[in-house]
Ligand binder design. Structure first.
Ligand code: AVJ
Ligand code: FE
Length: 433
């Protein structure tokens, strides 16, 4: 790894830690150890888990150094203890957890200067450092979701997102044909994004923008939550059992609560906090469907001028604040039309950032998939239980978001920053060529 890569890894580690510290210093100690929802860990668990993963992979494995705290590994193993049980564990307290992550980080920055970074796949091009940076950023997004579920006075602040600067409506036709899905080149891509492979995608139409609050409100007003015709069997059963009447955090009077503030719902913002069943029901009501994962990625990456798949809808450059709403720079999705510079060649907007977009596809391995470096990152989640989400949200950092990045969750989940856009097959004669 060149000096440039070492410097980049160090800078990203430091920038990422500032975010974790901000999310955990924003609340008092009582709040840090409290479980705000059975679906989430106490924030103090996320913090020490971030440090423990960093210790396991970077201090011990990459660095070959002595353990910092081998005694706590099992407390922070996500597979040993479901989230609901974590508050009962003898966890490190707030001060101990903060000291622990600082100690681990000092060792990591020290070894980053000198460790041999060649000859092992784990360290090639700084992969292990990239993986740990992404892991911390993923937990930062999880902690942000926990903040959305906590009650009490607001504690997070951010500037409002940019206003709409373009009229974005209707759908884009994506021509049929092969495209390259996934990546074998992106150095910090995770195992489930690999390898690059050709997929033949028939022609389809996809919305130029995510479904907005106003559009979703029309579905609610039309009685969509009371009509089983739009819902899958399991979706309807869940809607009944959970008593769903609209997106999470909507109050039914034109307001929603975000990060402790009750505000009027903004109509042209992408809808957020809907589960896969709700997204599918909306799509059915609208005479549409969710895009498949391959369709979503083709819409986001395929460049018709060259036939090549690019890293992002706008090209190969890393996201800037002009391209996409990422990284908790704002505390909400931005209105449709706020990121004209981030559009794809076909004029599809806001694929990256704002809200995670549900796809119709279950989570699985690409042809030639190999678990790396551990089966528990992706492989153990493959199968029909999980649906894939794409594109990242306002809470996703650029380091953990690209055109190939894959997220997944159970179809009933909506504590994540999840929205969607619709797609459909062309009508006869509509897909010329
Ligand atoms: C990829 C977001 C589904 O949070 O469960 C964090 C990421 N994996 N620690 C999750 C992850 C291990 C994962 N998601
Ligand atoms: Fe984790």
């Amino acid at each position: 790894m060149s000096t440039g890569l070492r410097e980049r890894a160090a800078a990203e580690l430091t920038r990422t830690r500032q975010r974790s510290v901000g999310l955990t210093d924003a609340v008092d100690d009582d709040d840090l150890v409290r479980q705000h929802s059975r679906l989430m860990s106490p924030l103090v668990w996320d913090l020490a888990h971030i440090g423990n993963q960093e210790e396991l992979w970077l201090v011990r494995d990459v660095g070959g150094r002595e353990p910092v705290r081998a005694d706590i590994d099992q407390l922070y193993d996500a597979f040993k203890h479901p989230r609901g049980e974590r508050p009962q564990l003898p966890l490190l307290g707030p001060a101990e957890a903060r000291a622990y992550v600082r100690t681990v980080r000092e060792k990591v920055l020290d070894l980053l200067d000198s460790v041999e970074l060649a000859g092992r796949p784990l360290v090639e091009q700084g992969f292990a450092f990239g993986m740990i940076i992404q892991h911390e950023q993923q937990h930062d997004e999880t902690m942000l979701a926990t903040h959305q579920l906590r009650t009490g006075d607001p504690v997070l602040v951010a500037v409002p997102p940019p206003r709409s600067r373009a009229i974005v409506a209707g759908e884009a036709l994506i021509p049929g044909g092969p495209f390259e899905m996934g990546t074998s080149l992106e150095p910090w891509a995770l195992d489930n994004e690999r390898p690059a492979h050709q997929v033949h995608v028939p022609p389809f139409l996809i919305d130029r923008a995510p479904v907005t609050n106003a559009q979703y409100q029309a579905f609610v007003d039309a009685g969509g939550y009371d009509d089983p015709r739009w819902w899958t069997g399991r979706g309807w059963a869940h809607r009944q059992e959970a008593g769903l009447t609209g997106p999470a955090h909507w109050h039914g009077d034109g307001t929603y609560t975000r990060f402790g503030r009750r505000e009027p719902i903004v109509g042209d913002e992408p809808v957020v906090h809907v589960n896969w069943y709700e997204a599918s029901a909306y799509a059915a009501w609208a005479g549409r469907r969710l895009p498949t994962e391959a369709e979503w990625e083709k819409a986001a990456r395929f460049d018709p001028a060259t036939g090549r798949s690019r890293r992002f809808p706008w090209g190969d450059e890393d996201p800037t604040p002009e391209h996409a709403n990422l990284g908790q720079r704002h505390l909400s999705p931005a209105p449709v039309g706020a990121y004209p510079a981030g559009a794809s060649p076909a004029g599809v907007h806001q694929l990256i950032g704002d809200v995670w977009e549900w796809t119709g596809s279950p989570f699985g391995g690409y042809p030639g998939f190999r678990a790396f470096p551990y089966r528990e990152y992706s492989e153990v989640f493959f199968g029909d239980d999980h649906r894939v989400l794409r594109g990242g949200s306002f809470g996703t950092d650029a380091a953990a978001c690209r055109g190939t990045f894959r997220n997944w969750d159970y179809p009933i989940r909506r504590q994540i920053f999840s929205g969607f856009r619709c797609a459909r097959d062309p009508r006869p004669g509509e897909a010329a060529g």
